[in-house]
Write a protein that binds this ligand. Sequence first.
Ligand code: HEM
Length: 502
Amino acid sequence: MAFFFILACTLIFLAIAYYFQYARWQKGRGRSGGGHEKQASSSLKSLPPGSMGWPYLGETLQLYSQDPNIFFASKQKRYGEIFKTHLLGYPCVMLASPEAARFVLVTQAHLFKPTYPRSKERMIGPSALFFHQGDYHLRIRKLVQGALGPDALRALVPEVEAAVRSTLASWDGHVRSTFHAMKTLSFDVGIVMIFGGGRLDERRKAELRKNYSIVEKGYNSFPNSLPGTLYYKAMQARRRLQGVLSDIMRERRERGEPGTDLLGCLMQSQGDDGAPLLSDEQVADNIIGVLFAAQDTTASVLTWIVKYLHDHPKLLEAVRAEQAAVREATDGGRLPLTWAHTRSMALTHRVILESLRMASIISFTFREAVADVEYKGFLIPKGWKVMPLFRSIHHSPDYFQDPHKFDPSRFQVAPRPNTFLPFGNGVHACPGNELAKLEMLVLIHHLVTAYRWEIVGSSDEVEYSPFPVPKHGLPVKLWRENSTVDRKGRQTDDDDVEDIIV
Ligand code: HEM
């Protein structure tokens, strides 16, 4: 009953949102008689092919009542690489070719601004970098990239390894949702990257974790200000998160130690006039934003990796052999992994790339045209949403032979430009991609050299949370091998190893 009520409310909301959006668009087009409109009527041709669906609702129900990939594939088959539709109250143009993705994200990026629903902007924080374009975006991006650059990552390897060991140890002997376990891991790594290793006390970390998970639960709920609803609770938790972050910043300032981690970099950033670039509120928006961008994305891909390795036993053996050599280099796990070790995992790296392609957890991204734009003779009107379809490109036989086969060897040759976009492209491309891959390499190392696992139940169905993951988050029973054997046949007991390392 509650479900139908929420569905009805959602539909009414969408209808109203559509009405206002459509009216605004019509008005805008009427007003822009000169410049772009002129260009539209003379040189620009027509709107791309496609259908706009029902009045007000567009094709939202078609998209969300089935596997979204079927929706995109059937449209693409019918209309080709560029087509129009109408989703979530907005007219959209979808683009399913590498050239089009490059056009929108790289060469003509200034004509397409990032766009998110207002309710989501409020929840993450309106000053978070991914909502912005231009100078403000570039400045914050530089700071975030600095905290995620090669030197910073090198220094993070021991922290990532400690987080991986702890995640696997707490799973040992139990059945757990892989996605859940991986979320704990990616959250812990995110915290270390933001607050530095060992700098954040456990109480603060627990507060952040608790409030962050409430924010997450409300992120995709219906926006409203009714006490008791998921959205309301999430906004309250968001305020508490901001409070915790403000306390941490104040304490750092009082101690005169802002730190060299991401928080420290953001706190100390200066504008051209030497004045602080960001207020505490803006710093908090960006910290919450980075945590948000880092956690579920990485956890979803890690979950798929566990499944793909499980489903391909021969490949798993080959990966295990590669990792056994690394384990030998760390004296059977007695020495910590280093950055150099992670650079020597060629096959494992290809498994990660193929997992990113196959899973394509970010199926597409959204931009909004800031002017009437012409692409291949079609008009993309100002105000329309534009969606480069990463997943369709990754799963196209034009760019990846036998695309539904899990085959890491395809990455022995670099993919054609703009055909492999798991981390996006251009000015908004993911600055966390190397950290995410580092987590994956370290997780795979420990998983295959010290553990065995089996999937509990069927893993063929997919759920969206919001990224695609195997149903129920892939329940897995995992256990530590009592002893692992290195390539020289020496027995190493992982318990002993932990005693030495910790
Ligand atoms: C497998 C894991 C990940 C995937 C698949 C992923 C994917 C992406 C994609 C596709 C974008 C671009 C979105 C767009 O253009 O609209 C993006 C942006 C972003 N990602 Fe990631 N990401 C991952 C992990 C991370 C991690 C670990 C961090 C931080 C430590 C991070 C931080 C960000 C940020 C801050 C942006 C916004 C950049 C900007 O607007 O300039 N991501 N990510």
